[in-house]
Ligand binder design. Structure first.
Ligand code: GLN
Length: 218
């Protein structure tokens, strides 16, 4: 049976993105935690920008990267898999060593200091409190233009899917963007950055370029 399995000849979405390493950022490699959720979309966006990407499935892969993205998805599932695959301490170690880490949506939930309801037990890497599903259930998902203190016009197309909200931030946390004038939706504390929306589901690469700059500077 096994000898009948040959490499797939089907064309895939990967055929449409540039090959690894052709352009962009020599020596820079970004990992996307690929346990569950929108890791493929992050990979594609980074590859389009010419970044060498590693889909991280084992903790030892954290050694070869300069930055890490925790994608959106289901935070309870990702948290369980982080525990099962032994990722918790290795992620805390690379964060402590200054590696830039970006969490989008479920990824933001996982990076928070505390959640209104635990489990999941977050990694507590950024001093924000987060409420899961704060804008309602799946049907209450929405899009909203986001005004960026960092990038200016035009507004960023914010895609919110069963999104969490940031309910409290400590003074050392910089709020990058808010919606409805007061709800923070993107924030940063040193090497940790979070967004409650999904830039990887848009064609707007400004947030990814912002993260690439963080990684270059680290
Ligand atoms: N509500 C989800 C959770 O709690 C996150 C949704 C998302 O990542 N789009 O994990």
């Amino acid at each position: 049976m096994a000898d009948q399995i040959v490499g797939s000849t089907a064309s895939t979405i990967w055929d449409r993105v540039p090959p690894i390493g052709l352009t962009g950022y020599p020596g820079l490699r970004i990992g996307v935690l690929a346990l569950q959720g929108s890791f493929l979309e992050h990979s594609l966006m980074l590859r389009r920008l010419g970044v060498d990407v590693v889909e991280v499935r084992t903790p030892d892969q954290l050694k070869g990267i300069n930055g890490l993205i925790l994608p959106g998805g289901e935070s309870t599932t990702i948290s369980t898999l982080i525990g099962l695959h032994g990722f918790r301490d290795p992620i805390l170690e690379v964060a402590d060593a200054g590696m830039p880490i970006w969490g989008t949506c479920a990824g933001m939930i996982l990076l928070a200091r505390s959640l209104t309801q635990e489990p999941p037990v977050p990694l507590r890497l950024i001093n924000i409190d987060v409420s899961r599903n704060a804008f309602g259930r799946q049907l209450a998902s929405f899009e909203a233009p986001i005004t960026w203190s960092v990038f200016g016009a035009p507004p960023f197309p914010g895609i919110f899917i069963r999104a969490p909200s940031i309910t409290d931030v400590d003074p050392e946390v910089e709020i990058l963007a808010s919606i409805l004038d007061e709800i923070p939706v993107a924030a940063r504390q040193m090497n940790i950055v979070v967004s409650s929306f999904h830039p990887e589901l848009t064609t707007d690469d400004r947030f990814h370029r912002y993260f690439i700059d963080m990684v270059k500077e680290a």
